[in-house]
Design a protein around this ligand. Structure first.
Ligand code: SF4
Length: 964
């Protein structure tokens, strides 16, 4: 028979094939955004992940990372059983043990510590989403040495926001995407709020012509969101504060600020004592009840500034009843920022942004705020009981994140951005930046860190959580002689407001025994020998260093929990293997980082969609089990039996912080008919699962704006425990807590910093936002290290814990160093050249790529692509280790020595935030014989026995197609 080449092929088309036999909802964990997902299962295997259209975070949108969660789940890098080290630390020689043995070892180590000196446990976690549990567990154990990933990443944003507006960007707030007409974004690539920002930008871009919005991105590099910005401002790293102050200078000069907003909602009218050299200089003048004074123009006297009917003076100098002089905060503010040193011309020299551009952006902001003002016909009642018929919209919004945060001047820069927002009157108004519940909160927060020397006792929980918000020297965690109480020196004079700890200093301090030796380092999901460390080579050496006399490791014991064979596993003595996010329960709680949005409160869970096929346990279960075995008071009943025998799901449902308030806010009460406050509901998890694994409460329209002063919202927020009192949240343009630390540095008060830190505290604890050059650049010879070096988050690997993902690594198998083309050509450097990147701390050999969209004084690369050979069960010749690299290798955890030899941590002096982006380098061409592989390279790691075989050719999914 001859074939007829023109015959019609009989095609079978199924436009809607059945891809699964079961679909389960849960919450994505491929980055920190917490999108809702639907996981399609076929024969018990995961076939497909789609976005949950009903979910408030992503509304069905799913990014590449989220879809590729399948490859994380089936990763050949998954750990398969508990491991006990049998060879030298770092060699990766382990034997498999059972869970009973693993927990018995942990109980023996930790039990001894708890009975003698709980400080000797340092418990630090990475980017987990269970800090409501881990922080509480540390408190129950009695150690102050606890923190999570925030000190690495964004504590400058969080602390500056909390101390200024009682909220902050990302998790605590978002632009009014529907109504804003101008979005100014600082230091964000494709990260920190990935899908929600993409959805929001889509809304801005999709507007009709008559409501068009402008999106301006301020970032040294034009990647991610900046690539679709209407205007990209390629600023010099670490100078954003000067840019913002120049905008403020222009707005003040042109009188383009919302003075009514300042009078109503901020401390701008409050009087500040002017008593140079005195103990109260710079403090707020207060009455006997502690209420701040303002100067009432009608009464001609100082009155309680919290009264609703005052007519405060915003400028002038006034005599207080006791004879001291005082001026309104607004006057201090205006005098500072109207000074010529903050003019656009001066700022242009620092930032590299032309003065004309700064002036134009200031004018555009003012135009959007005031000429595009609009009103919502929504009546509301303010904190004083005054009814307003409508809400005024100022459609200017802002968003900022890690590019601002990861500098040693980041706290003040972030405060400066909030100051700009406040001057424009665009906080929580229609079109502006809006809080997400449970924010706003009163600022500064009343929560203080526990862990003063008297708080830490054997077999005793701490009296409060280890992290909090100091408001003066009396809140520091220091001994009588000023010695830090914590191993990371958080809440000491070295970083007084380190609200998230200083995780990047833990290993270096523990290795030195400074301020004291520890016994056990307990880490979860923190790759501290690699991409979560500064000075990676030095860190590995510290983890393996032994005391010459005793031949014991200087950090005696290390327990590590991770789902994967990350670089840190080799340095653990005991490895507790975690599940993947698709195999366990999690709780995305209002106590922690929930899934709220500006229009409503929400929280979520993860449920196991598949059962583990290995001898692994969810870390949260293990922590609860371990706590019960240790006899931690919150984890056992009076008879000593475990309080939560059903482990984390049991804890999620039954643990309460105060009666009626637990981990989840939805479906509380015996019958599940209460929300936020109510009895425990034994069927709560079932209700969440039935609802797609999330709960959401939509605020009524009259509660959606001006929540810092909206009586209806404040009353409701108080009734459900979000805030301690239903009173106005007053924005702190001037931060009195900072001045209290500064006064101590100037010799006032019972608690004063040690002499070598006085000048540093005095210089940086300015109650008004300020700018100073990033520390590393100021400490080195700028001519020797002329370039700034930073990282960006790749859109396929934002948050980097997907780096071993078989699908995603095809997008970013290795990274290169990107450099401005003109800068490179001045050095005779070409595309694909191999170059040395040299900092004051070390050198890297990498391959170069040239581009236009980068500040000419900046080089950059993708974050955390480089892997150590053999780690993550990658082939030893994998691109990640041959051609990938980390900038971390050339970042030091310490700044260059001072003249007296002292070396400060590479941190913000206020919050202790790791100053990753202060790095300065020079780039030199490598010799031809040096080309081909990145440097440094470290000894190859061998995956533990039992690690699954790597497929030579990945064909995941083929089996499903064959069956279709
Ligand atoms: S943005 Fe993050 S949480 Fe959302 S789908 Fe992507 S990886 Fe998952």
């Amino acid at each position: 028979m001859t074939l007829n080449p023109f015959a019609t092929v009989a095609e079978k088309i199924d436009p809607s094939p059945k891809v699964s036999d079961e679909v389960k909802t849960t919450t994505c964990y491929m980055c920190a955004c917490r999108c809702g997902i639907k996981v399609h299962l076929r024969d018990g295997r995961i076939r497909y992940i789609e976005g949950n259209r009903d979910h408030p975070v992503n509304k069905g949108v799913l990014c590449a990372k989220g879809s590729a969660g399948i490859m994380n789940h089936y990763s050949p890098a998954r750990l398969t059983a508990p491991l006990l080290r049998v060879g030298p630390r770092g060699a990766g020689e382990f034997k498999e043990i059972g869970w009973d043995e693993a927990l018995a070892i942990a109980v023996e180590w930790l039990g001894k510590i708890r009975q003698t000196d709980p400080r000797k446990l340092a418990f630090f976690t990475g980017r987990d989403q269970s800090q409501a549990l881990t922080g509480w567990w540390a408190q129950q154990f009695g150690t102050p040495n606890y923190a999570a990933h925030g000190g690495f990443c964004s504590v400058n944003m969080a602390a500056a926001g909390i101390y200024t507006i009682g909220g902050s960007f990302w998790e605590f707030g978002e632009p009014d995407w529907e109504r804003t007409r101008y979005l100014l974004m600082f230091g964000v690539a494709e990260d920190h709020d990935s899908n929600p920002i993409k959805i929001g930008l889509g809304k801005l871009k999709g507007r009709p012509a008559d409501r068009r919005a402008k999106f301006v991105s301020v970032n040294p590099i034009r990647t991610g969101y900046s690539a679709i910005a209407d205007e990209w401002i390629g600023i010099r790293p670490g100078t954003d504060g000067m840019f913002v102050f120049a905008l403020i200078h222009e707005l003040l000069r042109a009188d383009r600020i919302d003075l009514d907003f300042l009078v109503r909602y901020t401390n701008a009218p409050w009087l500040v004592v002017q008593d140079p050299g005195g103990a109260t200089d710079g403090l707020i003048a207060r009455d006997g009840a502690g209420h701040p004074f303002c100067w009432d123009k009608q009464r001609g006297q100082a009155v309680d500034a919290l009264l609703p009917d005052v007519a405060p003076a915003m400028v002038g100098e006034f005599a207080l009843a006791d004879g001291r002089r005082a001026v309104p905060i607004f006057q201090l503010l205006a005098m500072r920022y109207l000074d010529a040193r903050y003019s656009p011309d001066e700022a242009a020299k620092v930032t590299g942004v032309p003065a004309a551009t700064i002036r134009r952006i200031a004018a555009e902001l003012a135009h959007a705020a005031f000429e595009q003002q609009f009103e919502l016909e929504t009546p509301w009642t303010d904190w004083a009981g005054r009814r307003h018929e409508r809400m005024i919209g100022r459609p200017v919004s802002m968003h900022a994140m890690r590019g601002i945060s990861a500098h040693s001047n980041g706290f003040h820069t972030c405060r400066a951005i909030h100051l700009l927002q406040i001057l424009l009157g665009s906080i929580d108004c229609p079109g502006g930046w809006r809080y997400k519940p449970p924010f706003p909160r009163h600022t500064p927060l009343a929560l203080k860190p526990a862990g003063k020397p008297g708080d830490v006792k054997p077999n005793t929980p701490l009296p409060g959580p280890p992290l909090g918000f100091p408001t003066g020297p009396e809140d520091l965690l220091i001994a009588a002689d000023g010695t830090p109480s914590r191993i990371d020196k958080a809440f000491s004079w070295e970083a007084p407001i380190s609200a998230h700890g200083l995780m990047h200093m833990v290993i270096a301090n523990a290795h030195k025994g400074d301020p004291y030796p520890i016994d056990t380092l307990f880490l979860f999901m923190a790759n501290m020998s690699w991409n979560s460390a500064m000075n990676t080579g030095g860190t590995m050496a510290m983890l393996t260093d032994k005391d010459a006399a005793s031949d014991e490791y200087k950090i005696p014991r290390i327990i590590y929990a991770d789902a994967f064979f990350s670089e840190m596993v080799a340095y653990a003595d005991l490895v507790l293997p975690d599940t993947t996010y698709l195999e366990r329960h999690d709780c995305i709680s209002l106590f922690d980082r929930p899934i709220c949005d500006a229009d409503g409160a929400g929280d979520a869970i993860r449920q196991p969609v598949v059962k583990p096929d290995r001898n692994v346990r969810p870390f949260q279960d293990v922590l609860i089990d371990l706590g019960a075995r240790l006899g931690l008071p919150g984890l056992i009943k009076a008879d000593g039996s475990p309080r939560y025998p059903g482990f984390y799901p049991d804890y999620i449902v039954n643990h309460e912080r105060v009666p009626g308030v637990g981990m989840l806010a939805g479906w509380r009460g015996k019958d599940g008919d209460r929300q936020c406050v109510g009895e425990r509901n034994p069927r709560q998890l079932e209700r969440y699962i039935a609802n797609g694994c999330f709960w959401r409460y939509e605020l009524p329209d009259e509660h959606k704006f001006y929540r810092h002063a909206n009586k209806g919202y404040l009353d409701w927020a108080h009734s459900v425990g979000f805030i301690a009192r239903p009173t106005q949240v007053i924005f702190q343009l001037y931060s009195e807590p900072l001045q209290k630390f500064r006064l101590a540095a100037r010799g006032h008060g019972a608690l004063q910093p040690p002499d070598h830190l006085r000048a540093r505290i005095d210089a940086h604890f300015d109650p008004l936002p300020m700018w100073y050059p990033p520390f590393e650049g100021a400490a080195i010879d700028g001519a020797s290290f002329p370039l700034h070096a930073v990282t960006q988050r790749p859109m396929a690997m934002y948050h980097s814990w997907g780096s071993q993902n078989a699908w995603l690594r095809q997008i970013h198998g290795h990274n290169t160093l990107y450099m401005n083309r003109q800068t490179a050509e001045r050095q005779d450097l070409r595309d694909d050249d191999w170059v040395w990147v040299i900092s004051h701390h070390g050198r890297l050999r990498v391959q170069l790529k040239l581009m236009e969209g980068v500040n000419e004084d900046t080089v950059w690369t993708w974050n955390a692509i480089g892997k150590r050979k053999g780690a993550w069960n990658l082939a030893t010749d994998a691109a990640e280790s041959r051609r990938g690299f980390l900038l971390n290798h050339v970042i030091s955890e310490l700044l260059p020595p001072q003249p007296d030899g002292h070396r400060y941590a590479n941190s913000d002096p206020i919050t202790g935030q790791a100053a990753w982006y202060d790095l300065r380098v020079r780039v030199e061409k490598a010799k031809p014989e040096e080309a081909g592989e990145t440097y440094p390279a470290f000894a190859t790691l061998t995956p533990p026995r039992g690690t699954p075989a790597r497929p030579a050719l990945l064909t995941y999914g083929a089996e499903f197609r064959e069956r279709d």
